[in-house]
Design a binder for this molecule. Structure first.
Ligand code: FES
Length: 493
């Protein structure tokens, strides 16, 4: 099934949604790991906190991860040291270790059963040419204070020629953890309201946030919606959306530790009960890829090497910054009470928790040495140009492709197209029963043309990663409005 193991094995508890309060000290948008951690920490510090979640708690990006809780973020330490100096690499590493430690201590304190296990974490390679890079990473990370070393072998059925090992990291069940944390937040009188989407903000003192359930005033507003939903701060030009596919199921071969291939992005970890979670088939959102075929390739990889009987398939959706360091702090340079946490790449479990620890200090007005490292205002011009050249390429290429695409009337069952009908760009899918589902193909965020994802049957935007259901409903932002429905005459062809 195209469903996350985490969501299947930790269903939502029955909840009675409280009415939307009119005001709060702090409003947090997004009940994923960054939002809930920030909210919990601020409630613990005595602030009145409201969390709004457009969907369900931990059912978005945080419920679609591989859930490795580690300070080992691919090969980031030599990148940070080279760009920003060894002290920055050390600060980044210390914050990730602090985040890991905080999760372990808090789970223990409240007895949150989230399958948390301490394991070593590995980034390996099967490519001889990468070995030197891995050696450098191990060296830089060790000097930065991380428990890192280079090892020549890993206990995996792959032809690894070297790996960076981080000792004593962890893995857990992200949704069990977050449902437990949400309960502790509510025990501190924090309020979490599901099914309410923020639509806009009037910044001020307090700020007024317009939502689908009315308006709310808050002194501080924290935007932890994966992709920041308010169009200020120019995040759309500074975040690159990518995806990794994931499969899971009982396996005949087990692994101890968490593993990531530095080149192919294949990843492996275990779950109690003899289940393996295997990731891979990394791609940039918007590349014209056959997602169903990629999922099948990954399933084959997992079956061949580990004997995985694939029962679950999902995709992990990530936002990366140019330098690999998340954006955590002031939403834009003039913001005094509007905050953001985004751009965790594939490392949202520790990254999102670390963001919560930092935002607690910043919102409380406490100085933090980490503020400049994670400052969302930093830019890197050459990389920005390259990010946006990619977006421009999608804009131009997808338009041309749509102009040449055949009309919807010839669309066979099970197929989708984006094409022009008169003045309108149409995104159309004909289901197996022959029913046509058609919506306006222009993404309601900034107008790129959406593309069909044939594995999850969604319309995905190549520019900044918004996703929509077949009927146009928003599955994932930054878009907050659905794709426009088509006039009936356009639909019935
Ligand atoms: Fe930005 Fe679609 S997500 S244009």
């Amino acid at each position: 099934m195209t469903r996350s193991l985490w969501l299947e094995t930790a269903p939502s508890p029955a909840r009675r949604e409280p009415p939307l309060p009119r005001e709060a000290d702090v409003l947090v948008l997004g009940a994923g790991i960054a939002g809930l951690t920030t909210a919990y920490l601020l409630a613990e510090a005595g602030r009145s906190v409201v969390v709004l979640e457009a969907g369900e708690i931990a059912a978005g990006v945080s419920g679609h991860t591989t859930a490795k809780l580690t300070a080992q973020h691919e090969l980031i330490y030599h990148r940070i040291a080279a760009r920003r100096g060894p002290a920055s690499a050390a600060s980044y590493g210390a914050e990730q270790l602090a985040a890991l430690d905080w999760v372990v201590r808090t789970a223990e304190k409240y007895g949150i059963e989230c399958d948390l296990e301490r394991v070593d974490s590995y980034v390996y390679t099967t490519d001889q040419e990468q070995v030197e890079k891995l050696r450098t990473e191990a060296d830089v990370a060790a000097k930065a204070g991380l428990p890192a070393s280079f090892v020549e072998e890993v206990d995996l059925p792959v032809d690894a020629v070297g790996a960076v090992r981080f000792r004593d990291q962890a893995q857990f069940h992200p949704r069990k953890w977050l449902l437990g944390l949400a309960a502790e937040l509510e025990a501190l009188d924090g309020r979490i309201i599901e099914g309410v989407r923020a639509l806009g903000i009037q910044e001020g003192s307090p700020s007024i946030v317009r939502t689908t359930a009315g308006a709310l005033r808050a002194k501080d507003v924290v935007v932890a919606t994966h992709y920041p939903i308010f169009d200020r701060g120019v995040f759309f030009a500074r975040l690159e959306p990518t995806r990794d596919l994931v499969v899971a199921g009982p396996a005949s071969r087990q692994v101890v530790g968490t593993y990531l291939d530095a080149v192919t992005h294949h990843s492996v970890r275990s779950v109690p009960g003899g289940v393996l979670v295997v990731g891979g088939e990394h791609y940039r959102v918007g590349d014209h890829v056959d997602v169903a075929a990629k999922h099948e390739r990954l399933a084959e990889w997992a079956r061949d090497r580990f004997g995985v009987d694939v029962r679950y398939r999902w995709s992990a959706h990530d936002m990366s910054t140019v330098d690999g360091v998340p954006f955590v702090g002031r939403y834009h340079p003039r913001a005094s009470h509007l905050w953001v946490a985004t751009g965790f790449g594939q490392w949202g479990m520790t990254g999102g928790t670390a963001a919560g620890l930092l935002l607690r200090d910043l919102v409380q007005g406490e100085p933090s040495e980490l503020a400049s490292l994670f400052d969302p205002g930093r830019v890197s011009l050459p990389a920005l140009v390259s990010f946006n050249a990619t977006v421009a390429k999608y804009l131009a290429g997808d338009h041309l492709r749509a102009l040449r695409a055949p009309g919807v009337s010839d669309l066979p069952p099970g197929e989708a197209t984006v094409t022009r009908q008169g003045a309108t760009m149409v995104a159309a899918y004909r289901d197996e029963a022959g029913v046509l589902h058609a919506v306006n193909a222009r993404c309601t965020h900034l107008g790129c043309l959406v593309q069909f994802n044939n594995a999850e049957r969604t319309w995905d935007c190549p520019c900044h990663g918004s996703r929509f259901a077949l009927d146009g409903k928003v599955v994932q932002g930054p878009a907050v409005r659905p794709l426009h429905p088509l006039p009936e005459k356009g639909k019935n062809q």
